[in-house]
Structures are given as C-alpha cells and as structure tokens.
Design a protein around this ligand. Structure first.
Ligand SMILES: Cc1cc2nc3c(=O)[nH]c(=O)nc-3n(C[C@H](O)[C@H](O)[C@H](O)COP(=O)(O)O)c2cc1C
Length: 351
C-alpha cells in the first residue's frame, strides 16, 4: 500500500533519494532547533470543536487577491527540485495546474505558460540589487502572467546547514542534480567548509516594495516575517500580503516556530492585508489551526517534494489532495461549514 499520510510520503521519498538530496531537502540550519519548533508549535495549540451543526457540506475555498481558490493550500518556493528529478520544476508546475493550486516558482513554469495553460503562479525572488533591476523583474513577471511576486525576505545570506556541510553538498547540484554512479568524476566544489558569509541579497530593505510598485501593480508578498514589528512595517510600506515563515527552519536557527509566531503577526497586521503562513504543515488539522489563528492560507514546501520523489507528478497531486481532504474533514469535525467561519474561538493556546 502507498503512503496514507504525508509522514509516510517522506519515508517513501527517503527510500528513493540519495542521502545528499534527502538531507538537503529534509534538513534545517545548524542544530535544527527551528526546524523542530515548526512541528512542535502545532502541539501548543488545541482545537475546541463545535457540535450539533449541519456539516453535510463543507466549503474549503478562500478568496485571495480577488480570486477564489478551492483550497487555502499553496506550493511554497523550493529551489533545487532537480535534485529530485530532472525537469522537476515543470513536473510540479503541472501538478499544481491539475490540482488548481498556486505555485510559487522562479523557473520551470515557462513551458506550461508557453502552451497557454492557465497556471496560477507567483514568482519567487530574493530581490534584485537596485531599483532598475527590481522594476524590470516586476514588469517581466506581470507580462508573463505571474499573479504575484513572493519576495523572500529572510535569505540575506546562505545559512549554515550542518547536514550539507557534512555531505560536502555543492550548491551547483541544485541546477544539475547530484552526480550518479558512473557519471564522469567531478572535483568536489565544496571543500567541506561551512558555508559562511555568502550573500544572496544582503542589501534588501523596505524600499524594495516601492521599487516594485514603481513598475507594476502586481501584488507583492513578503515571505519570511516572524517579528510583529516587521509585520506592522510591511503593512505601512505597502506589502500586499505576508507569509509568517522561518524558511522551513533553514535560515536562522533559534528563530520561533512559524505557528507560534502567527498570532502576534496577525494582530500587528490588524486585518489590513492577508497573512499566510508556512512551516511544518503536515496535516489538514495543522491548516485548520493556522487558519484559526488568522492565516488566510498556508504554503507547503517539503511535502510536495516528498510526493515528487516517491511517485513523480501523481505523487505531488496526491499530497495536495490528501492535505485538502484532511482539511475538509477536520473542518467538518470541528463544526465548521466554510473558511469564513474559522476564527480564534475554535483554538486554544496551552500553557
Ligand atoms: C528544498 C527546499 C528549498 C527551498 N527553497 C526556497 C527558496 O528558494 N525560496 C524560499 O523563499 N523558500 C525556500 N524554501 C522554504 C520553503 O519555501 C518553505 O518556507 C518551507 O519549506 C516551509 O516549510 P515545510 O517544508 O515544513 O512545509 C525551501 C525549502 C526547501 C525544503
């Protein structure tokens, strides 16, 4: 029998992937405190289900940027999909299309877009170094049909990932995939040194939002907000939405678990823009908790990759289907008929 839940998808994927690729995807930064905190946070909140409500029909749809989406579940940006399969970005994009969900991606959508398929995509970027480049990027995304820019704001530097350092992981593999037995020998490009002080977009500031706004009206979602001060600034500086996220525990170790951060972030935003969240979502009831604490939707990062590694495109679709089905059932069992009815009254913080 195939996997019956997302945890089993990870096990199935682990059996198929080489260690280097599995560790790259599964791993977090340094001691993986934040990676674990993402999952543990779901134990800090419990549901208070309502009963005696007619839940014979349950509607999981949400409205986001004036668009109705069947489920509040979106595919997070994940670089390095080629470690799983060649053309993985394309395969995941096709799965997103079939599942009618949003995919955040920088590459791999091109072929599907050229075929004129109605892919719902948000373009992910860590930012461009100056106004001209940011404006031209925003224009390009809008022209190509991208529905939003997801600006990753917690990625100023390459973080220090022990598993990758131990495996002598070469970031070049993210493009090429991991060499297989029989491939011509390659000199190791990472001489087992911790990856320290490798800038991505180290000069990124709030001005970036103005740079995008000067060129395009496309929504800009800031991904990687944990501090309520930043959540407030995001609203003030004109972000269209934020994702409460610690990059799946892959950037700053010791940062708060995403779900633990969510209530204060939501309060700081005060309903002015949608708040998404990502990190540690593995069950429909996890999504229900996130929505109850004020998220409009969730992004999932590793789980679609486990589906991809285990069964290719059908695996990604199965993962998305499973999460959606679990969410619908969790809503029904909590006495909730539609996403508009979900609020903080159905969740309680322990301790
Ligand atoms: C293999 C991998 C690559 C990732 N690459 C990116 C990236 O390029 N940009 C980004 O904003 N986040 C990236 N992330 C973080 C995810 O977008 C997301 O925040 C995180 O995976 C959510 O946690 P989850 O994996 O528990 O669902 C990556 C995550 C993984 C696992």
């Amino acid at each position: 029998m195939g996997p019956i839940n997302l945890h089993e998808f990870e096990e199935a994927a682990k059996r198929k992937l080489n260690k280097l690729a599995y560790d790259f995807i599964a791993g977090g930064v340094e001691d993986e405190l934040t990676l674990r905190a993402n999952r543990e946070a779901f134990n800090h909140f419990v549901l208070l289900p309502r009963v005696m409500i007619d839940v014979s029909s349950v509607d999981t749809s949400v409205q986001l940027f004036s668009r109705k989406l069947d489920f509040p579940i979106f595919i997070a940006p994940t670089g390095g999909k080629n470690l799983v399969l060649p053309n993985a970005d394309e395969t995941v994009a096709q799965a997103a299309l079939n599942s009618k969900t949003v995919i955040c991606t920088a590459t791999g959508t091109q072929k599907i877009l050229e075929e004129g398929k109605p892919l719902l995509w948000w373009s992910n970027s860590t930012g461009q170094p100056n106004k001209a480049a940011a404006a031209s990027y925003a224009r390009r995304v809008e022209d190509q049909g991208g529905k939003a820019i997801v600006l990753t704001v917690d990625n100023a530097y390459q973080s220090n990932r022990d598993r990758n350092n131990r495996n002598r992981f070469d970031y070049g593999y993210m493009q090429t995939g991991v060499p297989k037995p029989g491939d011509p020998p390659q000199p190791p490009r990472n001489p087992a040194r911790p990856a320290m002080w490798q800038p991505h977009t180290a000069n990124l500031t709030w001005d970036y939002i103005d740079w995008v706004r000067s060129a395009s009206s496309i929504p800009i979602i800031l991904k990687g907000i944990l501090n309520p001060i930043d959540a407030g600034l995001a609203v003030q500086r004109g972000a269209s939405a934020i994702s409460c996220s610690n990059h799946g525990g892959r950037q700053l170790d010791g940062a708060i678990g995403s779900l633990d951060a969510l209530p204060d972030v939501v309060d700081a935003v005060g309903g002015k823009i949608p708040v998404l969240m990502d990190g540690g979502i593995r069950r429909g009831s996890d999504i229900l908790k996130a929505l109850a604490l004020g998220a409009k939707g969730v992004l999932v990062g590793r789980s679609p990759l486990w589906g991809l590694a285990a069964y290719g495109q059908p695996g990604v679709e199965r993962v998305l289907w499973m999460l959606g089905a679990e969410l619908k059932l969790a809503m029904a069992l909590a006495g909730i008929r539609n996403t508009a009815e979900i609020d903080r009254k159905i969740v309680k913080k322990l301790g």
